[in-house]
Ligand binder design. Structure first.
Ligand code: NAD
Length: 299
């Protein structure tokens, strides 16, 4: 079975697949145009978030049997279309949950204490002690939108830090770390709001002007899920007006952004989609990818 690995993947993963007798080629920098000509020779495509597998590519690959997304979000793959053609689509749902949850918690602290600004002023040789009175996160209400693997991992940590956790997720029946509430109640009650839901047609721009209007003044927002679930233009205005005191963004509607206005605001902390970028998560992703591909080949 021929496997093409289209994005950077742990070398142990590649070695394991080769040791299992598979022919594995790596093209970590492959462009979409090159992929269209190269991919038809393969039975399996391994991708991360960089490589998109859309309908035209699927149509161009008559031998394709399996697409493995190392990571969580399947929004980069035309999953239904692939499955309608008998192609199996798999991801590694649990591998990065703890890493993303840790980044989220780190962001809560950074927002509460303006650590990014404090550090910047120190580097500029300024001692602005009085400018940095922050808040404790203990005792504050954290509203989680989406409580699947990452939402729950974040909730467990937040509760341990003394936060009150509430959650909105229309697809879960039970949540052990706090109360499940309506979206309107979550928006009205939360001091911090953190997103942990997939980007779908239903969730694109689901946090827009109407939702911001319902939030507490001075709310802080973390998005380590997907860009474009929050309407970035509305968020920009809310950060300028002070309705939102601060936002921490790991993901963007366009990556990398072409419009950097939002990122450059003083009350925004940003990172280049690094939620899963830890040695531990990458190791787990690689191991799971190898396991999925090898098991598939042996079926
Ligand atoms: P998951 O599937 O385990 O959980 C997602 C939850 O969202 C589910 O419980 C689902 O019921 C809920 N949900 C779906 N639609 C909803 C809606 N309209 N309103 C509220 N809740 C809704 O996924 P996960 O592993 O917890 O991942 C969550 C998000 O984090 C995804 O968008 C994923 O792509 C993203 N992610 C980001 C990074 C990163 O590097 N920043 C890494 C991994 C995952």
């Amino acid at each position: 079975m021929n496997v093409l690995v289209c994005d950077k993947t742990e070398k142990e993963c590649i070695e394991q697949m080769r040791a299992a007798g598979l022919t594995v080629d790596t093209r970590f920098e492959i462009t979409p145009e090159e992929l269209m000509t190269v991919a038809p020779a393969y039975d399996v495509l391994v991708v991360r978030s960089r490589t998109k597998v859309r309908q035209p590519l699927i149509d161009a690959c008559p031998n394709l049997k399996l697409i493995v997304r190392g990571g969580v979000g399947l929004d980069t793959i035309d999953v239904e279309y692939a499955r309608s053609k008998g192609i199996e689509v798999r991801n590694t749902p649990l591998a990065s949950s703890d890493s993303v949850a840790e980044l989220t918690i780190g962001y809560l602290f950074m927002l509460a204490r303006s650590l990014y600004k404090a550090s910047e002023t120190m580097k500029a040789e300024k001692w602005e002690k009085k400018a940095f009175e922050g808040d404790e996160i203990g005792g504050k209400t954290l509203g989680l939108i989406g409580v699947g693997n990452i939402g729950k991992a974040t909730a467990r940590r937040a509760v341990a830090l003394g936060m009150k956790v509430i959650a909105y997720d229309p697809y879960v029946q039970a949540f052990e770390y706090g109360q499940l509430v309506s979206l309107d109640d979550l928006l009205a009650q939360s001091d911090y709001i953190s997103l942990h839901l997939p980007k779908t047609k239903e969730t694109t721009n689901m946090i827009g002007a109407e939702q911001f209007a319902r939030m507490k003044n001075g709310v802080r927002i973390v998005n380590c899920a997907r860009g474009g679930i929050i309407d970035e233009n509305v968020l920009y205005e809310a950060l300028i007006s002070g309705k939102v005191a601060g936002a921490a963004l790991d993901v963007f509607a366009e990556e990398p952004p072409t419009d950097w206005r939002l990122v450059k605001l003083d009350n925004v902390i940003a990172s280049p989609h690094i939620g899963a970028a830890t040695k531990e998560a990458q190791g787990r992703v690689g191991a799971e990818v190898a396991e999925i591909v090898i098991a598939f080949a042996r079926k």
